[in-house]
Design a protein around this ligand. Structure first.
Ligand SMILES: [Zn+2]
Length: 163
């Protein structure tokens, strides 16, 4: 028998169990299965495999279940922590901007006074004002980066949560 005929039968067996086949294809397949033991065995094996899947008797390793649960818990905790951290960051950014806006004129006056007292050129005390202005944001940025590096390296891995 032509090997293409068996390949067509295999394709129709699979298609018949998934998306369905036409009546003419079903008729052709049934005729072929009646006279071809190899394709008949394949059709029965495929049917058995599908029955096993439908009966839903898949046994999962308990270790795999607990590992998966631990990873899900770890990920949920990580998301909650990130959310809380982000909220705290926005609040501190808002406060920082507010304080910066309120204190900027005072800081400007203080730097100008220092510049006059020590007879500094305006370039120096204006640079000092700018550095003083960016110092808090730089400090907070460094702190956030340090905390993230620490939390990702010390005891906050999914493996640590599986124990
Ligand atoms: Zn065949």
């Amino acid at each position: 028998m032509n090997p293409d005929v068996h390949a067509r039968a295999c394709h129709l067996i699979d298609a018949g169990q998934v998306e369905g086949i036409s009546a003419a294809e079903r008729e052709w397949l049934d005729a072929h299965l009646a006279e071809c033991p190899a394709c008949g065995a394949r059709a029965r094996a495929s049917e058995h495999a599908l029955q096993a899947l439908r009966s839903n008797t898949v046994i999962v390793d308990p270790a795999l279940v607990s590992t998966t649960q631990a990873r899900v818990r770890w990920r949920a905790r990580q998301l909650r922590e990130n959310q809380a951290r982000l909220r705290a960051l926005w609040i501190s950014c808002g406060l920082s901007w507010l304080l910066g806006a309120v204190t900027a004129p005072l800081l400007w006056e203080a730097m100008a006074w220092l510049g006059r007292q020590f007879e500094l050129s305006p370039a120096i005390w204006i640079t000092g004002f700018a550095l003083f202005w960016v110092a808090p944001a730089t400090l907070v940025g460094a702190l956030v980066a340090w905390r993230q590096a620490r939390s990702s390296s010390v005891g906050n891995t999914p493996e640590a949560w599986e124990r």
